[in-house]
Write a protein that binds this ligand. Structure first.
Ligand SMILES: [Zn+2]
Length: 309
């Protein structure tokens, strides 16, 4: 009999939760719209009721949660810019009270990094950085096989690296953050904000509210403006990866989510920009890999893994 844990990935748009065994097999998974729950307590109730319906509650040995701006030490979600609940949300204690079991909470990208380490592209790696691409950009830094939490439990807010001084306003309130350019929402902003003579003739100008999938699709059909947007986005991310080399010297970057799952030559383009911008001692040393866990949800797996470890 394998042990079962509940892994939860709370995002600004969707929350996915799954019951996972200690071999990484998902035995149950469900997704709900985060914004459809007015309060954090309502979301917790919803998850409890769903598991109760499938008689899974008694079988859990614990709960692992990945959230944006999650603090491993306090168990709180703190001022997550892309989530509709503002301020500090004490998710660990809310879940512990409702489920009466052990609860571990961390940053969503840290949870995804745990998933990669146990079951994905980072099996056997000691030093790597997991980059999540979605509404925002996050990162989980692993050194010597362990997550780097930092002094206050908040290490790895890589999406808020300032890449353009006084640049685009970010959801965090600062200007010029990487995620304002290289996240999926950043890519969509480029449709409006990037100057190009090819804008008017682009298929994107015929779509009312193009999303990142529309941009990728247009790119695949050789739309010139879409190609400029992808080039710009990848250039920004590649430069930022080069900077990241300077402080963590990883064996690899693993990309998860958003346009990382699109069928485009992303790793080749990123390697080109990263190595071009990197300090000489780092050039051509770090790999860039796409997560093999897109169908399994690395963050849910990783959050559950927190319980087994
Ligand atoms: Zn920011």
């Amino acid at each position: 009999m394998h042990k079962l844990a509940l892994g939860i990935d709370i995002g600004g748009t969707n929350t996915t939760f799954g019951v996972v065994n200690d071999r990484g097999d998902s035995v149950f998974e469900h997704t709900t719209s985060t914004r459809s729950h007015d309060t954090p307590e309502q979301l917790v109730d919803f998850i409890y009721q769903t598991l109760s319906k499938y008689t899974l509650l008694d079988q859990l040995c614990g709960i692992g949660i990945g959230v944006p701006n999650g603090n491993f030490y306090t168990g709180n979600m703190e001022y997550a810019p892309n989530v509709h609940w503002q301020g500090i949300v004490p998710f660990r204690s809310i879940f512990a009270e409702k489920f009466q079991t052990t609860v571990i909470l961390t940053n969503d990208a840290n949870a995804a990094a745990m998933g990669e380490l146990q079951f994905g592209a980072a099996v056997g790696m000691q030093h790597f950085v997991l980059i999540t691409i979605g509404t925002g950009i996050g990162s989980g830094i692993v050194e010597n096989g362990r997550i780097v939490y930092g002094h206050n439990g908040m290490a790895g807010e890589y999406g808020h690296l300032c890449v353009v001084p006084n640049g685009r306003l970010c959801a965090c309130g600062r200007r010029g953050c990487l995620e304002a350019y290289a996240s999926c929402t950043g890519m969509v902003r480029s449709v409006q904000e990037l100057d190009s003579q090819h804008k008017k003739t682009s298929v994107l100008s015929t779509i009312e509210h193009p999303n990142s999938k529309d941009i990728v699709e247009a790119y695949k059909h050789n739309d010139t403006f879409a190609t400029e947007i992808i080039d710009f986005t990848v250039h920004m991310l590649g430069n930022a990866l080069a900077d990241c080399l300077c402080f963590s010297d990883p064996q690899a970057f693993i990309l998860f989510g958003g346009y990382a799952r699109a069928d485009i030559p992303l790793t080749d383009m990123l390697l080109y920009h990263m190595n071009k911008a990197a300090l000489k001692v780092y050039q051509n040393k770090a790999d860039i890999l796409i997560s093999p866990l897109h169908d399994k949800n690395a963050a849910v797996l990783g959050a559950a893994t927190l319980v087994f470890n």
